[in-house]
Design a protein around this ligand. Structure first.
Ligand SMILES: CC(C)(COP(=O)(O)OP(=O)(O)OC[C@H]1O[C@@H](n2cnc3c(N)ncnc32)[C@H](O)[C@@H]1OP(=O)(O)O)[C@@H](O)C(=O)NCCC(=O)NCCS
Length: 179
């Protein structure tokens, strides 16, 4: 459950300004864990393009995108990405929390929300990958019941190099895919 004063809301085109402010405030905090960002990423105009692209993915059923708010500030995000149907019926999770709001259970609450969304969408499993050095994120996944399934070398190009990652898995249900 989210701490008092925080709310998760679906991504909206109106979020571009607060998202740009959050990206700027969290440049250093997120740099080690995210792909390199162009300068436009830190502007409202640039974020508008990012959000428009993301909302198209949401419409296609490929993403389920949530923004974490504290008052009028964006302080995080939580996303089901790469949603696939058919025999795989899964998605990958992604999340971050503002550097000034850490250790309040917000990442765990955001990931619990994504797990619930996975159930709502009838998905079979959720996956996650974290850089080997990202111990906080690994704790968050374990707290939410994700199981470590192995290590994959040179998995993602982050912070200037190909990084080994640890993969996690959570099976939501073992029933047949619903039609
Ligand atoms: C990883 C991240 C999302 C954690 O956010 P958070 O809101 O601080 O996490 P929570 O408060 O829900 O933490 C839950 C537990 O994770 C562990 N944890 C979180 N941050 C930790 C840290 N810096 N060191 C050690 N353990 C940590 C603790 O066990 C914590 O519980 P506790 O506070 O009761 O001890 C945040 O640090 C972040 O945004 N990092 C950069 C982006 C990122 O790594 N995203 C995930 C990519 S896979």
């Amino acid at each position: 459950m989210l701490a008092d004063g925080y709310a998760l809301r679906p991504l909206s085109i109106d979020d571009a300004g607060p998202l740009a402010d959050a990206a700027e405030r969290n440049r250093d905090h997120l740099r080690p864990w995210e792909p390199a960002r162009p300068e436009s990423f830190f502007t409202e105009e640039g974020q508008r393009e990012v959000v428009e692209g993301r909302l198209r993915q949401v419409e296609l059923g490929l993403f389920d995108s949530w923004v974490l708010w504290h008052g009028t500030d964006v302080v995080g995000a939580a996303t089901l990405q790469n949603i696939v149907r058919g025999a795989m019926l899964g998605a990958d999770v992604g999340y971050w929390v503002d550097h000034a709001h850490l250790r309040r259970g917000l990442a765990v609450a955001s990931l619990e929300h994504l797990v619930q969304r996975g159930h709502d969408l009838g998905l079979h499993r959720l996956g996650a990958s974290t850089m080997v050095a990202n111990l906080p994120s690994q704790s968050v996944l374990q707290r939410c019941g994700f199981e470590e399934i192995g290590r994959i070398p040179s998995f993602l190009y982050l912070d200037g190099d190909w990084r080994d990652s640890i993969l996690f898995n959570l099976v939501l249900h073992d029933g047949p895919p619903r039609s």
